[in-house]
Design a protein around this ligand. Structure first.
Ligand code: DX5
Ligand code: ZN
Length: 224
């Protein structure tokens, strides 16, 4: 299982985004949180800013759309050049149609689940997606504590992916740090979003390397 580290710019200095993006060149992707103040009680940035980020980011862009009506808005992020576009299961009206459209536009399609959304209803959809995002906090804000109650769902998600014989990535987002990354990796996550743990560190590259190392170690000794 490949370890993918995707720092979230939600904890970056928005006044100096280009410089902040350069700090995480050692990562595999950069996680961009799009919030519309409806799906979540917070507002961040939208398509025009993502278009600019795609042009200067040193790594592929991983967009996380915490928005209503992704059926209408998500394809624009794929057209803008985002490598991965993740929409929420709770917000999408036609997730299969949307995932197919994202793939047709050349992006990886991601499906996100809030902490209280079960994975079971979506297991049959796994062949249609490239990544399942199991939120490990209630979406909306950076700097929240990792919710251990999501660990069994991560484990069930990974098991479902394995049973289907697929290469769907399992992403965790929220409260991921050197203290929690091994628990998530042991449960079966392989894509790790970290906002405050990376951008709050003086040495962002060092923080990325530490997360990568801890996750890989946990994968090597994984319990099933
Ligand atoms: C929260 C966002 C996360 C956020 C994570 O809703 O989806 O990507 O940036 O921040 P940390 O890593 O600080 O919990
Ligand atoms: Zn996110």
């Amino acid at each position: 299982m490949d370890v993918v580290i995707s720092p979230s710019i939600l904890s970056a200095d928005f006044m100096n985004l280009e410089r902040e993006l350069a700090r995480i060149a050692a990562a595999d992707m950069v996680h961009v949180d799009v919030m519309d103040n409806h799906f979540v009680p917070n507002l961040t940035l939208g398509l025009p800013v993502v278009e600019k980020i795609v042009r200067v980011a040193p790594v592929p862009v991983d967009t996380h759309l915490m928005i209503e009506d992704p059926d209408r808005w998500a394809p624009g992020f794929a057209e803008a050049g985002a490598a991965s576009v993740t929409f929420h299961a709770e917000a999408a009206r036609a997730p299969v149609r949307l995932a197919r459209e994202l793939r047709r536009l050349g992006a990886r399609a991601g499906l996100a689940l809030r902490p209280a959304t079960p994975v079971e209803p979506f297991v049959d959809l796994l062949p249609e997606i490239d990544m399942l995002l199991v939120m490990t906090v209630e979406p909306g804000f950076g700097g929240q504590a990792f919710l251990d109650v999501t660990l069994p769902k991560i484990r069930r998600a990974r098991r479902a992916v394995e049973e289907a014989g697929l290469d769907v990535w399992v992403q965790v987002d929220g409260g991921v740090s050197a203290e929690t990354v091994e628990r998530a990796a042991d449960a079966g996550a392989n894509v790790f979003v970290a906002g405050s743990a990376v951008y709050g560190a003086d040495d962002a590259a060092g923080a990325i390397g530490e997360l990568r190392c801890l996750a890989a170690g946990a994968h090597a000794h994984r319990s099933r």
